[in-house]
Design a protein around this ligand. Structure first.
Ligand code: GTP
Ligand code: MG
Length: 186
């Protein structure tokens, strides 16, 4: 695991798959579920991941765990710091991304901070795969409703692929691997 300091990213010889989303949405948990082991730090307290964390997978590519955005109760200084880290990643490093996974909590509506990110990604010409997280907390009826809702609103941001998933029940984990493998073959 490499926690990048502000001035350096790891050698771009290997492509990277990046995970971005609001604080507490389940980015680190999803990385652990994908890898089947605990590599990323999970916490009940939002704002746990504060640096850009690179995880080398099978010596072939990186998973990148970005710090979460949008947590209201952090100080303005911290939020500003996170914004800088994320902006720097996208402006200087996103060229090395194979795919961007944008995580959104399946239980809620799209929040303003999600909208801001999606608008910004559109400007940058990046089309994320959206992962709707924590589906184990919804009944199948509720989940279907949320999927229709997200399909509708996310199409406005040019999002083409949505995968419902849960780090707890492992729903969708195989589907996420499928798009990773596909992206590696391109
Ligand atoms: P930051 O690093 O603060 O940005 O958070 P994060 O997006 O990395 O979230 P993290 O993986 O640390 O998870 C936050 C909380 O949500 C923890 O209490 C997790 O146990 C819980 N959680 C994550 N994924 C799931 C899930 O699929 N189902 C349920 N029920 N809880 C989850
Ligand atoms: Mg985290």
């Amino acid at each position: 695991m490499i926690a990048t300091p502000n001035d350096r990213f790891p050698d771009p010889l290997l492509g990277e798959f990046t995970f971005v989303g609001r604080s507490n949405v389940g980015k680190s948990s999803l990385l652990n579920a994908l890898l089947g082991k605990k590599v990323a730090f999970v916490s009940k307290n939002p704002g746990k991941t504060k640096t850009i964390n690179y995880f080398k997978v099978n010596g072939k590519f990186y998973f990148v765990d970005l710090p979460g955005y949008g947590y209201a109760r952090t100080s303005k200084k911290d939020r500003e710091e996170w914004r800088k880290i994320i902006e720097r990643y996208f402006s200087e490093r996103s060229w090395n991304m194979k795919l961007l996974f944008s995580l959104i909590d399946s239980r809620h509506e799209l929040m303003e901070s999600d909208e801001q990110l999606l608008e910004w990604l559109q400007i940058l010409g990046i089309s994320p795969v959206v992962l709707l997280t924590k589906t184990d907390k919804l009944s199948s009826n509720e989940l279907n409703k949320q999927i229709s809702y997200f399909k509708r609103v996310l199409s406005e941001y040019g999002v083409e692929k949505i995968i419902p998933c849960s780090s707890l029940s492992k729903e969708g984990i195989e589907d996420v691997w499928k798009v990773i493998v596909e992206a590696l073959q391109n």
